[in-house]
Design a binder for this molecule. Structure first.
Ligand SMILES: *[C@@H]1O[C@H](CO)[C@@H](O)[C@H](O)[C@H]1NC(C)=O
Ligand SMILES: *[C@@H]1O[C@H](CO)[C@@H](O)[C@H](O)[C@H]1NC(C)=O
Ligand SMILES: *[C@@H]1O[C@H](CO)[C@@H](O)[C@H](O)[C@H]1NC(C)=O
Ligand SMILES: *[C@@H]1O[C@H](CO)[C@@H](O)[C@H](O)[C@H]1NC(C)=O
Ligand SMILES: *[C@@H]1O[C@H](CO)[C@@H](O)[C@H](O)[C@H]1NC(C)=O
Length: 951
């Protein structure tokens, strides 16, 4: 009874057995697959290497014949499902028909000599593993991976793909086309471009090897959620390698091997790397990584092979448990693992960490007093932290409170956020804290009254007066307009007054001049008499006697109210900051060269003396004349250094034939030297006011007109034509220098202020020279380019009259203040005529010309800034007059249109090369390369004043 069922089952069992056998051998090959195999054989130059049977035999072993072809496996329906041809020495190409093997699951062609373009594998839907590595294929089609829905393992390392097109990119659609990928090896095969974010969407991806290509850009954020265990991205070969931070690693919790060496990764090792518990091998050598190596890394439980060499790591050298760890060529405090840094260094490094380790601050080793950019020391102790505009991005570390010797912290023009830490109030020596133009929030800790805190330009610093620049500022002397931040801090008024500074440079007794200034200010400042505004002098005045040997005996004032009048948040500009960001060392000149050029700074070579230095004449070995400003070592401290830095930086931004050029600078030891082009005829003031004393010819009207035009052009450039708007703030004859052709250049940019685009009103510390100050600037401290126009008007008056802007000694009281007096008389022909410089030989033509200039001067000094023309207008007025007076000599021709700067700069480069061995290295300051011929202070002596607080 059991038999019939058994008999009926027998054919079925046989079928099953046959089917089982057929997956290995025995089925008759699909004719389509057969022709592909024959194509393959035909595409090889050494077909015998395949070891395949003769044509006509069945590769699958079908038709009862013996056994099929070597290295070929078929499924039961006669489809080829496995080709195992690795290490077979095959040479030739893959035929275009190859992808018709649509049942192929496993393909091993690695380590042969196959070449030529790869056919597209598009549509090989059964393909599970394809090893094509170790060949020399020359091209890969874009649609190669399309429809490889089962592909799990793919390797193509070592082929020089698409070399003639400059390489190929990881197809952006790869993840969608081959969603099952587990292993992707594309090393050394000419991959270029970025890693597509979609790679991170390959949830099954475990092994990604892309070393030795020319990939660039960051590791995409999507990698943070991937399951990648092996990540080889090392040694990219392009100019741009892989870059960005390693933050994404922290999310890659399955990571076991990370080879990231030989790239441009930057930023610190994230502390969140603690999550990578499986990490065993980490190669980060040869990148741009920074910061302190986190404990989280040394504590990783499985880490047994780690390389950190050749980066910019700081702090204590890491103490790894594995002996397989290397970390040479970094900036560690000590070579010995685990040895702590000096406490000051630790505090500074914590500060650095919180502001995101700005790239330019390559603080390294264990001595902040040695070459740490922005850190100044006094007797081995850190006293100044000067990092304005350094792109500091983050919070202010409370660790700064541990630097007990800090006296001056300048972090303005950055992107600092959060609160001002209370710990800063512990700093007993702190005098100045400048946090303006950041993104800090209040409240401000209670600083002692000796600390000058500046917090303006922090738009979210709350609890303060409403922002907005145009509210009228209080003109009363005892309450100069306060900034937002200061308004929030009671008790700052005292500071304001204390810091109001009046700098005098006058030969008459100081006390007298102060009194005179106080009583006369209101009268002096305006063209039209209008007593409604009070003078700005305040009840508490600091007097800085100036060197009286300077060429001008004028009163200069600096009014300071914690740095800023007005308190507009939009008015202060962070553009100001990039002046500090200049890199490169193209203008460094060795002190040795300058010593020999100035006969070792001989007294005979002194051209003048200024607020913080002496200017020397010098001659280079090739005969070129230069002017060298040498800062006095006594003032080299913080402020002077800061100004030095600011000046050089600004000067690289502006260059014009009517602005004096800087040629270079030196910083060696205590020396701070600036080198300018030499202006052989010195300051205009000398020729205008002191010609007798110096035994000079008085200037002809022709020359004066030329000078006026030159100055107007230089100022026009500063205001509108430079990359950004600059305001000179201290235009006057002492700052106008004359070359041997008597053509003029404006100099002395120590007070130059950059104004933000579109809003040319900058609230600033009042600075300038009394007698040339525009009234609105004197009163509100808000400056626009129109303040320079005012000063220019005064200079025109001086050119006409030969009188200084202000002179206490003039007998006729009315005439003591030129601007006021001139405005009164200029419309009266008789009086104007009487006021003209007696050295001028008056003809009808000259008189006519003078009356035009007198009118221009009047407009320029209009009380309302809006009524003053801009410098462009002055140029327009002056050009036809100069044309008219164009001398027949070559005075003008030689000059016009020639940029005198270029040869000078080339010359400078020449010295640098010859001095390459002696120049300092890694100095605090460096300059933008090149094109900058940099205008600057002159042989200009008439140094602006030193104010009590720099800048
Ligand atoms: C590649 O193949 C050759 C023989 O053709 C063999 O000697 C060599 O070991 C193979 N290399 C690899 C990495 O398999
Ligand atoms: C590689 O080059 C071939 C031939 O020049 C071209 O057809 C193909 O699209 C290129 N592949 C990629 C991914 O760009
Ligand atoms: C500054 O930090 C913020 C938040 O950490 C970040 O979003 C921003 O990109 C950073 N900016 C720069 C320039 O690093
Ligand atoms: C400044 O910091 C804020 C907050 O961290 C950030 O959103 C912004 O992107 C930063 N700006 C710059 C220029 O880095
Ligand atoms: C000031 O800002 C802080 C933090 O943003 C906030 O908690 C506080 O309420 C604000 N105070 C005022 C008066 O806006």
């Amino acid at each position: 009874m059991a038999v019939p069922p058994l008999l009926t089952l027998l054919p079925l069992l046989l079928l099953l057995l046959l089917a089982a056998a057929a997956t290995v051998r025995g089925a008759t090959i699909d004719p389509g697959d057969l022709s592909v195999l024959e194509d393959l054989r035909g595409a090889l130059t050494n077909p015998d290497a395949l070891g395949w049977g003769a044509p006509g035999t069945d590769p699958c072993g079908g038709g009862g014949g013996g056994g099929g072809w070597a290295h070929v496996s078929c499924d039961r329906s006669g489809r080829v499902n496995n080709l195992d041809l690795k290490n077979a020495g095959l040479a030739g190409t893959l035929p275009p028909s190859f992808p018709k093997l649509t049942a192929l699951q496993d393909l091993s062609l690695q380590n042969n000599s196959l070449a030529g373009p790869l056919p597209s594998f598009r549509g090989m839907a059964a393909l599970r593993a394809a090893y094509l590595n170790g060949n020399a294929f020359t091209a890969i089609p874009r649609d190669f991976f399309d429809g490889l829905g089962d592909l799990e393992e793919f390797a193509l390392d070592g082929s020089p793909l698409n070399a003639s097109d400059g390489g190929w990119a990881v197809p952006p659609g790869l993840a969608a086309a081959a969603p099952q990928l587990r292993k992707l090896w594309l090393q050394n095969c000419n991959l270029v471009g970025a890693l597509p974010d979609s790679l991170g969407a390959l949830t099954g991806l475990q092994e990604l090897r892309l070393s030795y290509n020319a990939l660039s850009g960051p590791i995409p954020p999507s990698f943070a959620t991937s399951g990648i265990q092996t990540l080889w991205l090392n040694n990219q070969r392009g100019d741009q390698k892989l870059s960005g931070t390693l933050d994404v690693l922290a999310g890659m919790v399955h990571l076991q091997e990370a080879w990231l060496h030989g790239n441009q990764f930057s930023g610190p090792i994230p502390t969140a790397i603690a999550a990578c518990k499986q990490l065993a091998m980490l190669y980060l050598n040869g990148n741009n990584l920074v910061g302190v190596v986190p404990m989280a890394l040394t504590a990783l439980p499985r880490l047994n092979d780690v390389k950190l060499d050749d980066n910019h790591f700081l702090g204590p050298a890491p103490a790894f448990r594995t002996p397989n760890a290397s970390f040479s060529h970094n900036g560690f405090c000590s070579d010995d693992p685990g040895v702590a840094c000096a406490p000051e260094v630790s505090a500074l490094l914590r500060f650095l960490a919180e502001v995101g380790y700005p790239v330019r601050l390559a603080w390294a080793r264990n001595d902040p007093c040695k070459d740490w950019l922005g850190v100044t020391c006094d007797q081995g102790k850190v006293t100044v932290l000067n990092l304005p505009g350094y792109g500091l991005n983050g919070t202010i570390s409370s660790s700064l409170g541990n630097l007990s010797t800090l006296s001056d912290i300048r972090l303005h023009d950055n992107n600092l956020t959060g609160h001002v830490p209370d710990s800063l109030t512990n700093l007993k020596s702190l005098k100045k804290l400048d946090l303006s133009t950041n993104n800090l929030i209040g409240p401000l800790p209670a600083f002692s009254q000796d600390v000058v805190v500046s917090i303006t330009g922090n738009p979210n610093f709350n609890g303060t007066a409403p922002p907005g620049g145009d509210a009228p500022q209080s003109p009363t002397p005892s309450a100069p307009a306060r900034s937002q931040g200061q308004a929030a801090t009671p008790g700052n008024n005292k500071n304001n007054n204390k810091r109001s500074v009046l700098v005098l440079a006058i030969t008459i007794p100081v006390a007298v001049s102060v009194v005179a200034l106080l009583s006369l200010g209101a009268v002096v400042l305006f063209c039209k008499k209008n007593g409604s505004v009070q003078p700005q002098a305040t009840s508490s005045v600091v007097v800085h006697p100036r060197d009286s040997s300077g060429p001008d005996n004028l009163v200069k004032i600096v009014m300071a109210s914690n740095d800023s009048f007005g308190g507009t948040s939009s008015g202060t500009s962070s553009q100001d900051s990039d002046i500090h960001m200049i890199e490169a060392r193209n203008f460094v000149i060795s002190v040795q060269v300058l010593r020999s050029a100035t006969k070792n700074f001989s007294q005979d070579n002194v051209l003048g003396r200024g607020g913080f230095g002496v200017v020397y004449k010098g001659v280079l070995h090739d005969g070129t004349m230069i002017a060298v400003k040498r800062m006095e070592s006594s003032v080299i401290s913080n402020k002077a250094l800061d100004e030095f830095q600011a000046e050089i930086a600004i000067l690289t931004k502006v260059r014009h034939r009517n602005l004096v050029s800087i040629l270079g600078y030196s910083i060696e030891g205590n020396e701070r030297l600036l080198v300018y082009e030499h202006m052989s005829n010195g300051a205009l003031s000398k020729h205008l006011f002191q010609w007798k004393l110096h035994d000079l010819e008085p200037l002809s009207w022709k020359k004066r007109l030329n000078i006026a035009l030159d100055v107007a052009r230089g100022m026009e450039y500063l205001h509108t034509l430079a990359q950004q708007c600059y305001i000179h703030r201290d235009l006057k004859p002492a700052n106008i220098l004359l070359g041997d052709d008597f053509r003029a250049k404006v100099s002395d940019f120590g007070l130059l202020k950059s104004a933000p685009d579109g809003n040319f009103s900058v609230a600033t510390r009042l600075a300038g020279t009394f007698g040339y100050l525009a009234p609105e600037y004197a009163v509100t401290g808000k400056i626009t380019t129109k303040a320079d126009v005012f000063s220019f008007g005064v200079v025109l008056m001086e050119l006409i009259t030969g009188m200084t802007a202000i002179d206490e000694r003039r007998l006729d009281e009315e005439t003591r203040y030129l601007a006021t007096w001139f405005c009164q008389i200029r419309k009266d022909e008789e009086k104007l005529r009487a006021a003209i410089d007696p050295t001028l030989v008056l003809t009808e033509e000259i008189l006519e010309s003078i009356s035009v200039i007198a009118e221009l001067a009047g407009h320029c000094t209009s009380r309302e800034p809006l009524q003053r023309p801009d410098m462009g207008h002055a140029v327009t007025v002056l050009v036809p007059m100069v044309e008219k007076w164009k001398p027949s000599s070559n005075e003008a021709e030689d000059y016009m249109g020639i940029d005198l700067h270029l040869p000078l700069l080339q010359m400078v480069k020449g010295w640098q090369e010859s001095e390459a061995n002696t120049t300092t290295d890694g100095s605090i300051l460096s300059l933008e390369d090149s094109k900058g011929s940099i205008p600057a202070r002159p042989a200009g002596f008439a140094e602006s004043f030193t104010s009590a607080d720099g800048r």
